[in-house]
Design a binder for this molecule. Sequence first.
Ligand SMILES: O=C1N(Cc2ccc(-c3nnn[nH]3)cc2)c2ccc(Br)cc2C12CCN(S(=O)(=O)c1cccs1)CC2
Length: 233
Amino acid sequence: KKKVSFTKEQQALMKVIIDAYNKHQIPQDVAKKLLQDKYSTEENFLLLTEMATSQVQVLVEFTKNIPGFLSLDREDQIALLKGSAVEAMFLRSAQALNKKMPIGHTEVLEERIRKSGISEEFIKPMFNFYKSIGELHMVLEEQALLTTITILTPDRPYVKDQPAVERLQETALDLLRKMCVLHHPQEPQYFARLLGRLTELRTLSHYHAEMLASWRVNDHKFTPLLCEIWDVQ
Ligand SMILES: O=C1N(Cc2ccc(-c3nnn[nH]3)cc2)c2ccc(Br)cc2C12CCN(S(=O)(=O)c1cccs1)CC2
């Protein structure tokens, strides 16, 4: 069994990120609404919109707790949030939906997504991603670090000081690499598999941008926060 040791800084960083990841969860009342018995397409879409709005609020709060994030240039902070919002939301949603739920809850949620007016061409890659995340059986530390790494992607549009973001992302990558060795000693490629999910996330966010255009056409309403972060309307 390979020995993995963490520096004091890495232990402190992990604690801060895990606390932030646990603290900022979707309010249970919003998640519970998803399990109500309503099934019209419009109502499903509205519920997913409500969930997504809540996810963005949770994302902003989580991001503010990433060590070093608030020391970045303020405009770069906004550029990172806007650039990663869809990817971080899909990653967080996939991780949440893969969590153990009471019998039948997962199926209800999956059905709601399928019956929400989202076109099949988007549903397919979305569910492939959701299932591929489930197969990884990530521990909480890996989930929180992967979300952090997604947010701290230096090459988002309009980021001015990319090296500053790279330094933060590399710290999280070093920690994630060690976490993978510690929790998945039998799978030397596990870390590479996790990073491969980030590529799949980028594809999903391109699909999402296309969907937004089509939803706008058939006049789906979004909340002000989603319009702001998704550059809609
Ligand atoms: O809503 C989703 N869900 C259900 C969902 C989301 C979050 C939690 C949760 N529980 N606790 N914490 N989080 C549970 C279920 C889900 C699950 C997996 C993947 Br992959 C993706 C999704 C989306 C993300 C948003 N889109 S969206 O296209 O941006 C869109 C916005 C408005 C209308 S449609 C739809 C699919």
